[in-house]
Ligand binder design. Structure first.
Ligand SMILES: NC(=O)c1ccc[n+]([C@@H]2O[C@H](COP(=O)([O-])OP(=O)(O)OC[C@H]3O[C@@H](n4cnc5c(N)ncnc54)[C@H](O)[C@@H]3O)[C@@H](O)[C@H]2O)c1
Length: 732
């Protein structure tokens, strides 16, 4: 065996060390799954072995779970054909691990797990099949089943063993939300039996084998009862009734993984364990074959990981270590950017018009650091060292020596041009100038620069400390070195970069804007605001389009509409709703959440309520929604965003499907269950998508008309990931 090392000591205890060669972290690759079976066979048949201790040879942890690259890829189980034979083969392959773990559990020999680092997903399922679990007392060690987060179901016995250990109610957040637990928490929940100082776990496991060494799992004992009662008891049944209602409320039925986890638990807890794990595998395969699982694994795991390693970075440019950055403008965005930079150890010059304004910006970081210290997430010294990296000033001479500049002053061309000149006067030739503009085209802003090849858009999202995405925007003259350097900077501050070309609203704001606009179209169509926002949420977006419009700010939206009309002239298409917004902003002072008055009223204490005055501005003709109307609204809201993303491909605004999908979910909260707008289109099939768009265009107008690219792809039977996949990009 190449993944497991076995050493039998004088007491007949076999120490099994799990150590996948050539990897920093153990995962359950196909080779490991095969060898777990061989390992169990050896344990069962080797008379010398009286008991087993399983541990990991990696310093990084015990095991991070399934190899999602293998599992989710087209060659993996998710790509199994749906015919009877294909399904049987997928079941057999999917059941192999479950079966091997069960054989370990019923080998007749006591098995203890010495957990010396994180155990996630299949890693935790592995140790759950042991009879005794000792875990090292490491503050960062995590135990959990995160499968649901990428649209999967734990398929190595996790749904059955965790519920039998903890009870259904207690296990629910760990199974359905993928919540993880620290050692002490796991001990309290009876998921592990002992927490010992790091380094002593193997000894403690051996002691258990020598002193107690019970080789029977609790559920294989005669008097076993599910904590809190199984589904057939009155209390247990109640948990399922409530649980299903909660699940529906939180997920609107968009996530098959969560639904299938509930079903696997409900059905599995009513039968003996051996039948239960077969039920689990059936739901595991069923879940894995859904487009939701495929999209979520690809986007939220694989692509996120690749972009986090700089997948879109141009080759041949040496790594650029950004040590000092000047942030121009210490307002809401500048202050947040200064904070994340300092957290990453970057010396930060924070500039505003006055020392007072710059100090105020640093005050924001001081607040966040204070909070982190009070919560025990940072020590006092570390907090002080971080804050000492931020130098607030009004003097541009301090820009000298910066490797990069992030400009975050007012959204005004003249002001931006002025600070560009002031900063560039201090910069070395190699330094990058990045603008955090949210709406002004980069090529235009670069006209104020004496070195436009080093000028780029570095677009953050608010609140900067929470949002993981940064959109890098290329101007016409931006060179490859500047792109690479900007990516290095974004990775250093632990954010995910996507690279896009200049366009009105770039990629993220442009696509997100269509969601808000379609909400306005629905309003102009006479649909009741409550229906619009309820269905909006049910699509899987974080909030409905009207509420999101309030978040964006109605005055900003009005300002952008006025500016766009001015810029586009004859090409500007006036929509009926622009008059509604104009009236709300100009006559009624309703600016959105920021002044407590928008489509909703936001009282200081108390929940928001829909603004009753809206019915004076727009006539509501549809007050009830049947299933068909709900489906239509849902399709309009999701497809409007997806077709805009497709247009961005056609225009070359974005070129990599991974960036489009990751950017959508991280940037504007596009319904995660889809895997992103591009995965959504690929999932339904381009031809079917085009057909629906044609119907929508006939009913609602040209904004739904499929771009030529989509028609061409439909005719050729192409997918986005096929046509714009990684290989083609590299060849281009
Ligand atoms: N607010 C958002 O959600 C968001 C998101 C992404 C990008 N942006 C963009 O970021 C930029 C800043 O936005 P914000 O929300 O932080 O605005 P803000 O009004 O909070 O801050 C702007 C700051 O720039 C300072 N400033 C103005 N002129 C200056 C000068 N000549 N020199 C130095 N400082 C000067 C102002 O005093 C103010 O503190 C804008 O371009 C905006 O479009 C905003």
């Amino acid at each position: 065996m190449e993944n497991f090392k076995i050493e039998v000591d004088g007491d007949g205890i076999a120490l099994v060390t799990f150590d996948v060669p050539g990897r920093t972290m153990n995962t359950l690759t196909a080779s490991v799954i095969k060898e777990v079976g061989e390992l169990v066979e050896r344990i069962k048949t080797d008379a010398e072995i009286k008991g087993v201790v399983i541990t990991s040879g990696k310093t990084t942890g015990f095991c991070a779970g399934a190899d999602l690259g293998e599992l989710g890829g087209s060659g993996g189980l998710g790509g199994a054909s749906k015919g009877q034979e294909g399904l049987q083969a997928a079941f057999d392959a999917g059941f192999a691990l479950n079966k091997a773990f069960r054989e370990l559990e019923t080998s007749g020999k006591p098995v203890a797990a010495a957990i010396n680092g994180l155990a996630l997903g299949g890693g935790l399922e592995f140790v759950l099949a042991a009879h005794y679990r000792v875990v090292a007392d490491l503050p960062k060690l995590q135990l959990g089943l995160p499968e649901a987060k990428v649209g999967l179901l734990p398929g190595g016995g996790g749904t059955q063993r965790l519920t039998r250990l903890m009870g259904v109610m207690a296990a629910a957040p760990y199974l359905l939300e993928g919540k993880s637990m620290k050692p002490a928490e796991a001990l309290g929940l009876k998921v592990v039996h002992e927490v010992v100082p790091a380094g002593q776990e193997v000894e403690a496991a051996k002691t258990w084998i020598k002193t107690k060494g019970d080789p029977v799992a609790p559920w294989d004992k005669k008097d076993f009862k599910i904590p809190g009662g199984g589904p057939y008891t009155p209390t247990g049944a109640q948990v399922f009734i409530m649980g299903n209602a909660m699940l529906r409320k939180n997920t609107y039925g968009n996530y098959p993984a969560q639904q299938n986890i509930m079903k696997a638990v409900y059905e599995g807890l009513q039968v003996p364990f051996d039948a239960a794990i077969r039920i689990e595998t059936r739901y595991f395969i069923k879940t894995l074959m859904t487009p939701q699982a495929k999209g979520m694994i690809r986007t939220l795991f694989l692509s996120l990981q690749e972009l986090g390693k700089g997948a879109g970075r141009p080759d041949g440019v040496p790594h650029y270590d950004v040590k000092k950055v000047a942030v121009l403008g210490a307002g809401m965005m500048g202050a947040g950017i200064a904070y994340v930079q300092a957290m990453a150890g970057i010396e930060t010059v924070l500039i505003d018009q006055s020392q007072e304004a710059a100090d105020k910006g640093k005050g924001y970081a001081e607040g966040l650091v204070k909070k982190a210290v009070s919560r025990g997430k940072l020590t006092q010294e570390k907090g002080e060292a971080i804050l000492a990296l931020i130098h607030p000033t009004a003097d541009y001479a301090n820009v000298k020596g910066s490797d990069l500049v992030v400009e975050a002053v007012f959204e005004n061309r003249e002001v931006k041009a002025a600070v560009t000149k002031l900063a560039e006067a201090q910069l070395a030739d190699t330094a990058v100038f990045g603008s955090n503009t949210s709406t002004l085209p980069i090529t235009g802003l670069a006209e104020a620069s004496i070195r436009p090849e080093s000028f780029i858009g570095i677009h953050f999202f608010s609140p900067v400390d929470k949002m993981g995405l940064v959109e890098i925007i290329l101007g016409e003259k931006t060179d490859q070195a500047t792109i690479a350097k900007s990516i290095d900077y974004v990775l250093k501050i632990k954010k995910t970069p996507i690279v896009v070309n200049d366009s009105r609203g770039f990629y993220t704001s442009r696509c997100f804007g269509t969601f808000v606009q379609e909400g306005m179209e629905l309003l102009s169509d006479g649909i009741a605001p409550a229906i619009i926002d309820n269905v909006g949420r049910a699509t899987g977006m974080p909030r409905g389009p009207l509420e999101m419009h309030d978040d964006v700010a109605l005055d900003l939206s009005h300002k952008i509409a006025v500016q766009t009309k001015k810029d586009l002239g004859d090409k500007y298409e006036e929509r009926p709703f622009t008059a509604i917004i104009a009236k709300m902003v100009e006559d009624l002072g309703r600016y959105g959440r920021k002044n407590g008055k928008g489509f909703y009223d936001y009282p200081e204490n108390g929940p928001k309520t829909l603004w009753p005055g809206l019915s004076d501005l727009v006539e509501v003709t549809v007050k009830d929604a049947d299933k068909a109307l709900i489906e239509q609204i849902r399709t309009r809201l999701l497809y409007r965003q997806a077709v805009e993303a497709a247009r961005c491909f056609e225009e070359g605004v974005i070129t990599d499907p991974r960036e489009a999908d990751v950017g959508a979910i991280l940037g504007w909260g596009f319904a995660p269950w889809t895997g992103g707008p591009i995965s959504l289109i690929d999932g339904v099939g381009v031809a079917t998508f085009v057909e629906t768009l044609d119907q929508l265009a006939a009913a609602y107008g040209a904004r739904f008309t499929p771009p030529a690219l989509l028609r061409e792809m439909a005719a050729k039977g192409e997918t986005f990931y096929g046509r714009f996949g990684v290989k083609e990009k590299a060849a281009a």
